[in-house]
Design a protein around this ligand. Structure first.
Ligand code: KIV
Ligand code: ZN
Length: 501
């Protein structure tokens, strides 16, 4: 029987630490539920002591998300461990993850402590955490730059103190596959009690090697991999889950005897959700989940794929839940056809949501001849979003053109009331945002703005994404429509609603 590689997802903790990737409480819950559907084994839901918001998010993930072990991060400090326990205690199964740096550079400059003191704190904190639960993970931060003999001692002592998982982070993304693989092997060979704990790996991508390093570690005995969806994370990010899972799955010859429990068909959908909520756009050439990952442009390749897919395809797109942009439905398609197509795309909507999605589909089909999968996904993602917007667009008009000073009238719905704002601006989009600001009573500073066609054709849905700064907080917003000004306004309101939530 194949041995299972534990997939420890840290999208909600290390991933969310990426500048500008922050998600609100409801969004984190949505991601946690998607991760549970994806079949991850452990969800690191946050760092409870770091803020009240993080504490609350970890608490609600612990309370409502069933299936995976829910984990919370803590420094090797009692009050952090107490906070982690308080946030996690209602989970079916939970884990406390304690970390403390062990490299010379971190001990000297950051912690200003000597080896013996670090060892004592590590052991005491693990013993303390064990009072709350049996599932304790310990991370010697910056392990890949830690003196080996000291690392072996720390790992051995924390296992004695009760750690059931020892994580070996490459915190700064400095290591190289052979080097990291041999570090993992040396831990197996030099730490006497290592068979009492699972060896975990946690790699950052500063040199673009996070996935390669994690995979080499698996081949040298690591049995837990810490990773994030789309590789989001601090600086250059963390190891990308979809790449690790698909490498293990596709190259069984290189990874004999191991498997993951990931439901691969959920990969594409989860990746899109994380991209949508964090605002981190996926590069078209990103492995596994990029828009071009399964597209063949060269005539020779197309010819080969038509004759036999495996000539140029090592993964079937549908295996990761990618069904292409194929022309699917049109004006005359019924509710049953829509339901079936959505099921294929991995969406199971409740009756009421389906009713609304169908109405939106018909509306779109009136404007647009050809409806592609991505159009459907854009509609459905709006309908199933758990964040119910405080401010909704009722209608807008905008006048602009050569030699005309742009003027916008925007009507917004808030708690059943329609409120109107009028403004001029530097362009039609600016005028709309300013009119919306007048209604809402705030001033959002636009930091960046991007507009993309979601599908093909002149009538394609446009997707606007932007970042706005409202009173020192940066929020991300996204909106789609066949009208690009409306898409921009919807994206703006999406951001405002996140702020207001
Ligand atoms: O990169 C790192 O070292 C971490 C630890 C907290 C595990 O994220
Ligand atoms: Zn990290």
């Amino acid at each position: 029987m194949d041995e299972k590689i534990i997939i420890f997802d840290t999208t909600l903790r290390d991933g969310e630490q990426a500048p500008g990737a922050s998600m609100n409480h409801q969004e984190k819950l949505e991601v946690a539920n998607a991760l549970a559907n994806l079949g991850v084994d452990v969800i690191e839901a946050g760092f409870p002591i770091s803020s009240e918001g993080d504490f609350d998010s970890v608490k609600s993930v612990a309370k409502s998300v069933k299936g995976p072990v829910i984990c919370g991060l803590a420094r090797a400090i009692k009050k952090d461990i107490d906070a982690a326990y308080q946030a996690l205690k209602s989970a079916q199964r939970f884990r406390i993850h304690v970390f403390l740096a062990t490299s010379k550079i971190h001990m000297k400059y950051k912690l200003k402590k000597a080896e013996d003191e670090i060892l004592r704190l590590a052991v005491e904190s693990v013993k303390y955490a064990r009072k709350f639960c049996p599932d304790i993970e310990f991370s010697p931060e910056d392990a890949s730059r830690t003196e080996k003999e000291f690392l072996f001692r720390v790992v051995e002592e924390v296992i004695k103190a009760g750690a059931s998982t020892v994580n070996i982070p490459d915190t700064v993304g400095y290591t190289y596959p052979q080097e990291y693989g041999s570090l993992i092997r040396s831990i197996k060979e030099n730490v006497q009690n290592i068979n009492k704990a699972v060896i975990s790996v946690h790699c950052h991508n500063d040199l673009g090697l996070a996935v390669a390093n994690s995979l080499e570690a698996v081949n040298n005995g690591a049995r837990q991999v810490e990773c994030t969806i789309n590789g989001v994370g601090e600086r250059a990010g963390n190891a990308s889950m979809e790449e690790i899972v698909m490498a293990i799955n596709t190259r069984k010859d290189i990874f004999p005897g191991v498997k993951t429990g990931i439901n691969k068909k959920q990969i594409y959908k989860t990746s899109r959700l994380v991209s949508k909520l964090t605002g981190f756009v996926i590069a078209p050439n990103k492995a596994i989940v990029g828009y071009n990952a399964f597209r063949h442009e060269s005539g020779i390749h197309q010819d080969g794929v038509l004759k036999e897919r495996s000539t140029y395809e090592i993964i079937k797109p549908e295996d990761v839940g990618f069904y292409g942009i194929g022309l699917v439905l049109g004006k005359h398609s019924g509710r049953h056809a829509l339901t079936e197509r959505l099921k294929t795309l991995g969406f199971h909507l409740e009756e009421k949501q389906m009713g609304k999605a169908f109405a939106r589909f018909k509306e779109l089909a009136d404007k647009k001849k050809e409806i592609f999968d991505d159009d459907l996904v854009a509609i459905v993602e709006d309908e199933i979003a758990t964040v119910k917007p405080l401010w909704q667009l009722n209608s807008f008009e905008v006048a602009s053109g050569t030699g005309v000073s742009p003027q916008a009238t925007v009507r917004l719905k808030n708690k059943g009331k329609i409120l109107t704002g009028v403004s001029s601006g530097d362009g039609p989009v600016d005028a709309c945002f300013k009119a919306a600001d007048k209604v809402i009573g705030l001033k959002g500073e636009l930091l960046d703005f991007r507009l993309e066609a979601v599908t093909r054709g002149k009538d394609a849905m446009g997707e606007a994404s932007l970042r706005i700064k409202i009173k020192e907080r940066i929020v991300f917003g996204r909106g789609s429509s066949t009208d690009i000004i409306e898409a921009a306004l919807l994206a703006y309101l999406n951001g405002v609603n996140k702020y207001a939530f």
